[in-house]
Design a protein around this ligand. Structure first.
Ligand code: FAD
Length: 473
């Protein structure tokens, strides 16, 4: 299985297997759980010693490409909660999670060498940067065994009925092909884990990396609805499927607001606190007990979109970040600093878009419909380079997932997996369908904005705002 760069995934990279005692290091990524985790299962069977590590890279918090941080405040808080919860779970196994406050490329080779690690485990990540980091570590420490396993998707690469290079160009074709592939049931948590690799406590460099750093942004208490961690994710899963909400999902999933309008699994899925297989296992259980209908099928359908974007990112690697997308067709959009800023600040001429952006800025979450509306506005009405929008989502979303975010943005910008080209949402129609009384706008922006909307309602938004009058910078 090869991606665009000819790298290999989902396979063991055997550099050296001469040691009889396996001293393992598990470098965690978006797989922050013990249950249904193939890596912990393998470690329980084959390793005699274990060190579990998560790296928090200071570069995540610098303003990176496209004027956005890699990790914003909502994602950071959720991540820290998830790490704390995982550490507590690992403690019950006599294990510990070591959070290293340094880049993986810098710290892991050092740790591997100092602790005579013989095998490194990592989840098979679809992100190009994550893959590059993984390759880099292997180059720095060649005499170690490297093992990747699937923990994030429903299917292993090997289960796909096609080579990754032949990933169908559209979601519909992908769905038809994978429909018949069996989705493995979620596995239980392991019953034990090997003892800890003794940490070189006296090592000054290591101490420095393990100390809580002053460069880490403060995480405040806000947006308490999403709480990170495996147990919290399972709570949401149980709570959703112990109600009748799944039977009505298709009817309400497009609503702009409301906790119960969609599953809200995304932050836990994005961090791997819950696996996609656990969601499907719970869904199947629900269908067995309560019956299947169009709505329950629709939940699986959405999870298959997630699946598609993960394999899409695997295949296209850095092309998912390219302005001209996977096919090299440049959109007729550009970098307009003031428009981009207005969109971010919820001060465009479009009240519905502003309300949605306010919701994103205040909570880190936005419904799927909302994301489509603001992304379409960014590309079509404001005519801005889609990568700046995608990068802002990356920074703001509590459920940021590299493959799903950039894949969706490419799709909407007409440079991705959509043969029909750019998806333009008619803002007036969206408003009439999803916020006819202006209640959503009122909730996020107040009465004035509803009035502004009413005043311009005769020829709402697109027609009433002449984009040519907007600044060309
Ligand atoms: C421009 C844009 C950017 C997005 N960025 C992200 C992102 O960074 N992280 C993220 O998790 N989702 C992203 N999505 C997809 C989707 O909006 C969210 O997954 C969903 O709104 C999360 O809420 P939920 O869990 O209640 O979803 P539900 O409607 O309950 O769906 C269940 C699950 O299916 C998956 N799913 C739903 N919609 C999509 C979709 N359009 N594409 C792929 N998978 C989907 C998610 O894993 C979701 O948790 C994006 C969508 C758009 C249009």
């Amino acid at each position: 299985m090869n991606n665009a760069d000819g790298q290999t995934f989902g396979e063991t990279n055997l550099q050296s297997t001469s040691q009889s005692t396996v001293s393992a290091l598990y470098w965690l990524g978006d797989d922050l759980r013990v249950a249904d985790n193939a890596i912990f299962a393998d470690i329980a069977q084959h390793a005699q010693q274990l060190m579990v590590v998560y790296c928090i890279d200071p570069n995540w918090f610098c303003s990176a490409q496209y004027q956005a941080q890699y990790v914003g405040k909502y994602k950071l808080r959720f991540l820290l909660e998830s790490l704390r919860a995982l550490d507590e779970t690992l403690n019950q196994y006599g294990q510990q999670l070591h959070i290293v406050y340094a880049s993986a490329q810098q710290s892991l080779p050092y740790i591997i060498q100092r602790h005579t690690i013989s095998r490194v485990y990592r989840s098979d990540h679809s992100g190009a940067d994550e893959q590059a980091a993984w390759q880099n570590i292997q180059q720095q420490c060649p005499n170690v065994e490297y093992l990747t396993m699937t923990t994030q998707t429903l299917f292993d690469l090997q289960q796909l009925p096609f080579e990754l290079a032949d990933l169908p160009p559209t979601f519909s074709q992908f769905r038809k092909k994978v429909e018949k592939v069996t989705i493995c049931a979620a596995a239980d948590a392991v019953s034990w884990l090997p003892p800890m690799v003794a940490l070189k406590q006296q090592d000054k460099q290591l101490q420095a990396w393990l100390a809580y750093p002053n460069w880490l942004p403060q995480t405040q208490m806000f947006n308490n609805v999403f709480c990170g961690g495996e147990a919290q994710g399972m709570l949401q899963l149980d709570s959703y499927f112990s109600s009748n909400l799944a039977h009505n999902y298709k009817v309400v999933r497009n609503e702009l607001d409301g906790w119960e309008c969609s599953t809200k699994f995304s932050p836990w899925l994005a961090n791997g606190c819950v696996s996609a297989r656990q969601v499907v296992s719970a869904l199947k259980q629900f269908e067995l007990q309560q019956g299947a209908n169009e709505s329950t099928e629709c939940i699986l359908y959405e999870l298959l979109w997630r699946e598609y974007f993960h394999f899409y990112a695997h295949k296209f690697n850095t092309l998912v970040f390219r302005f001209s997308g996977i096919n090299g067709r440049k959109p007729l959009t550009s970098f307009y600093a003031q428009r981009i800023q207005a969109w971010k600040n919820a001060s465009t001429p479009f009240p519905l878009v502003n309300a949605l952006m306010k919701q994103l800025n205040d909570t880190g979450y936005m419904s799927n419909r909302g994301r489509q509306i603001v992304a379409s506005c960014f590309v079509n009405e404001l005519q801005c380079d889609w990568r700046y929008g995608a990068a802002y989502f990356q920074q703001q979303l509590i459920d940021y997932d590299v493959a799903v975010n950039w894949g969706n943005w490419q799709y909407l910008a007409g440079v991705g997996a959509d043969p029909r080209g750019c998806r333009r949402f008619n803002l007036q129609k969206q408003q009439q369908t999803y916020d006819p009384e202006g209640m959503f706008i009122n909730a996020w922006l107040g009465r004035e904005a509803v009035k502004q909307h009413d005043d311009t309602n005769a020829e709402y938004c697109i027609d009433s705002v002449d984009i040519a009058d907007w600044p060309r910078n």
